[in-house]
Write a protein that binds this ligand. Structure first.
Ligand SMILES: Cc1cc2nc3c(=O)[nH]c(=O)nc-3n(C[C@H](O)[C@H](O)[C@H](O)COP(=O)(O)O)c2cc1C
Length: 328
């Protein structure tokens, strides 16, 4: 018997494969299939901060008109109107919770700490087991210092943690001049986990039609190297658990991330490419490898190849290819 149990999001999970937020986690039947395929948890498709703010402003206007004016009262506002996206999201959480047994993690894609964070409490009350905040901070504003850009994470975390008691996870990108320090500082807030990394929409240029297009919506297996490096470097240095995301397409990739020190992995693109049943195949690949290497439990090898535990720690930080350049 293999023990695949792990934990992430402050939750006990039956195995390390989580279905990450995507269009496949936006319908009850897909989520039921994801559960059947063996995923240990599901992160719902994100609600965008902007959607919350637009709805909040509409509701505020209604409240002001009726003399009910304090912004704090938003947290008591009932979202029963099925035509509104916030009500729909809360109802979706309730419905998913009734339909599957695995933990259900709500997700918010956010860029500020303004006027939306009260909604985290509504998500908790709807029954979500945890919340993932997909914080999108692309440092493109030349009028902002890196400190100002990074303060964003802490402002959001502080505001959301005031609202909820369920675990909060941060899914972040890798754009930072001082990424290791940023990850370490985030891990010292009271969040439950950090997911490295979100994969951003990437612009491309269509030279025939002179248009900006989106490139490679789905990841490729070779994209694992970026999160692998940072999970390996950071897993021994953070105060919360790390999960890995981006480029995890098969069991081998899951094993690599666990060896680097991830407590769990999130997968999305491989489910689009191979169908959600692929989770089951990935789990089999993990257990086969465990058999071949005499591991009974994932805890027996988790972090074994992290920078802290590796016999060649410098390999995680090497950025130049002296040897390879010579050979080529
Ligand atoms: C079609 C699609 C939709 C996605 N939607 C969301 C989303 O709503 N919220 C979010 O946090 N991540 C979203 N993601 C990002 C994934 O959760 C994941 O972090 C990213 O795709 C990298 O993992 P992968 O290489 O396994 O795809 C989406 C990804 C895809 C491919």
């Amino acid at each position: 018997m293999h023990n695949l149990k792990t934990s992430f999001f402050g939750l006990k999970l039956k195995n390390p494969i989580i279905a990450g937020s995507s269009g496949l986690t936006n319908s009850i039947s897909d989520i039921q299939d994801i559960e059947k395929a063996g995923a240990s948890a599901v992160v719902l498709k994100s609600l965008f901060e902007e959607e919350i703010r637009v709805e909040t402003e509409k509701n505020m206007t209604k409240m002001v008109a009726s003399g009910f004016v304090y912004p704090e009262t938003m947290s008591y506002f009932e979202y029963d109107d099925m035509d509104d996206p916030l009500g729909n999201y809360l109802q979706f959480i309730r419905d998913v919770k009734k339909s599957v047994k695995i933990p259900v993690i709500a997700s918010i894609n956010c860029v500020t700490a303004d006027q939306w964070t009260y909604f985290a409490k509504q998500i908790e009350e709807a029954g979500a087991d945890a919340i993932e905040l997909n914080i999108f901070a692309l440092p493109t504003d030349i009028n902002r210092t890196s400190q100002e850009t990074e303060d964003l994470y802490f402002n959001i975390i502080e505001a959301v943690l005031k609202q909820v008691t369920i675990p909060v996870n941060i899914k972040m990108g890798y754009f930072s001049a001082n990424l290791a320090k940023l990850i370490e500082r985030i891990s010292k807030t009271k969040i439950a986990g950090i997911t490295l990394f979100n994969r951003f929409y990437s612009p491309d240029i269509d030279i025939d039609n002179m248009e900006i297009t989106s490139s490679n919506v789905l990841s490729n297996p070779d994209e694992i190297t970026m999160p692998l490096r940072w999970v390996g470097i950071m897993s021994g240095r953070v105060k919360c658990q790390l999960a890995a995301s981006t480029g995890i397409h098969n069991g081998e990739a899951v094993i690599k991330q666990l060896l680097a020190g991830a407590g769990a992995v999130q997968v999305a693109s491989t489910l689009y490419r191979n169908g959600v049943q692929h989770i089951n195949k990935m789990l089999k690949e993990v257990t086969n490898w465990m058999d071949q290497n005499d591991y009974k439990s994932v805890n027996d090898f988790m972090g074994k190849m992290s920078q802290d535990n590796s016999s060649n720690p410098a390999a995680f930080e090497r950025v130049q290819f002296m040897k390879y350049f010579r050979e080529f």
